[in-house]
Design a protein around this ligand. Structure first.
Ligand SMILES: O=C[C@H](O)[C@H](O)COP(=O)(O)O
Ligand SMILES: C=C(OP(=O)(O)O)C(=O)O
Length: 361
């Protein structure tokens, strides 16, 4: 028999490293506050279908996912969307433009983890506000008529925003994770699987295969209750070549190698290439030459290259997030980005490449 008096104060067993627990808004409540209207839902569905058509080759355009490395200021991101919309329309004969609206940042070690996790940019971790700001911005970008692309990092977050997303990514650091593969198998939009930071493409190919089939996993339901989710499998997952710590993988030989891996796995030979990250060696000034080389492969008739990713914001480069320092409006606080004018030139070059491929083929 236990003769010890009941323990007063914190438990010696559980929550020893939990400082505090804060209630999380439910997906249902957030959706009710910030609803996806029928018109916006049409933009989402049309965007997803158009991406799938490009991936499947029934649309010969190039998918271009372009926008800031991360959103830290919703106003600046919306201004970017307002600039992008007319350019996307003008180039729509060659490009299917999806705006990169990334709220979740996977870090190599430490750093700001994105607007959903820390909208105050100060470590206060007000996730409820982060989700609200993120969803509001997603609806505003959709209202511009632009489909949006996000990385899915936290497995709970999609319940709050995935209804607005036309294209999703699983990042280089999580592509080997079973949790993210299961999640992808249940997501309603095409998902790009990135090669691992060390360059392993086989891991991303494994992820595509794993996410294509049904899974069962635990998560939350729309009303916020714990739930067992049974997925159907996602046939629209595809490879994203993003280079690696060892160097780029956007050149024709690397693309051919990736095609061979896909072919051997019995998967469609379709590849999206990220012009940033390992492919630019994180130097934004190299993105135009990477995009030009990808464009040259497209213009030469390569049908396997179906998309390009660019990191771009209003102001080129990046800045450090430091307490007490004012931030430059429209400049990235994570990876360095192309500035607006260069972005427009790069997009025009990619569109010309598609028109050349079409003329030749
Ligand atoms: O795209 C953004 C970054 O490359 C990614 O979040 C990793 O950043 P880090 O290596 O600076 O942590
Ligand atoms: C983190 C990102 O990319 P990767 O996973 O390729 O590093 C990103 O695009 O924000």
């Amino acid at each position: 028999m236990n003769t010890q008096p009941p323990q007063a104060g914190p438990s010696p067993v559980v929550d020893r490293r939990i400082e505090k627990t804060v209630p999380l808004v439910t997906p249902q409540a957030l959706h009710a506050e910030l609803p996806l209207t029928d018109d916006l839902a049409k933009t989402v569905v049309q965007g997803r279908d158009a991406v799938a058509d490009v991936l499947n080759g029934t649309d010969d355009r190039l998918l271009v996912v372009v926008g800031p490395c991360s959103v830290h200021d919703a106003g600046a991101a919306l201004e970017y969307a307002e600039r992008l919309r007319p350019v996307a329309e003008r180039l729509s004969d060659g490009l299917l433009v999806v705006m990169r609206v990334y709220f979740e940042k996977p870090r190599s070690t430490l750093g700001w983890k994105g607007l959903i996790n820390d909208p105050g940019l100060d470590g206060s971790g007000d996730v409820n506000s982060g989700l609200r700001i993120a969803r509001k911005l997603l609806l505003e970008v959709l209202a511009q008529g632009l489909p949006v692309g996000c990385e899915f990092l936290d497995p709970i977050t999609p319940q709050y925003i995935a209804d607005t997303v036309g294209w999703g990514a699983i990042g280089a650091r999580t592509v080997e994770s079973q949790v993210h593969r299961q999640l992808s198998s249940g997501l309603s939009m095409p998902i790009g699987m990135k090669n691992r930071p060390d360059g392993s493409i086989a891991t991303a190919v494994d992820a595509i295969k794993a996410a294509a089939v049904p899974h069962v996993f635990t998560g939350i339901a729309h009303d916020g209750t714990p739930a067992i989710l049974h997925t159907r499998g996602n046939p629209d997952c595809h490879l994203v070549l993003r280079g690696s710590d060892a160097g780029p993988n956007y050149d024709a030989d690397s693309v051919a190698g990736a095609q061979e891996l896909l072919r051997n796995a019995g998967l469609p030979e379709r590849v999206v290439i990220d012009a940033s990250h390992g492919n630019s060696r994180k130097d934004h000034r190299r993105q135009p030459e990477v995009a030009a080389e990808i464009g040259a492969q497209v213009a030469a008739g390569n049908q396997a290259v179906v998309g390009v990713m660019l990191e771009s914001f209003l102001v080129e480069g990046r800045q450090n997030l430091e307490p007490g320092h004012d931030l430059t409006y429209g400049q990235s606080i994570t990876d360095a980005c192309l500035g607006w004018d260069t972005t427009e030139q790069v997009l025009e070059g990619l569109r010309d490449a598609v028109l050349a491929r079409r003329r030749a083929g």
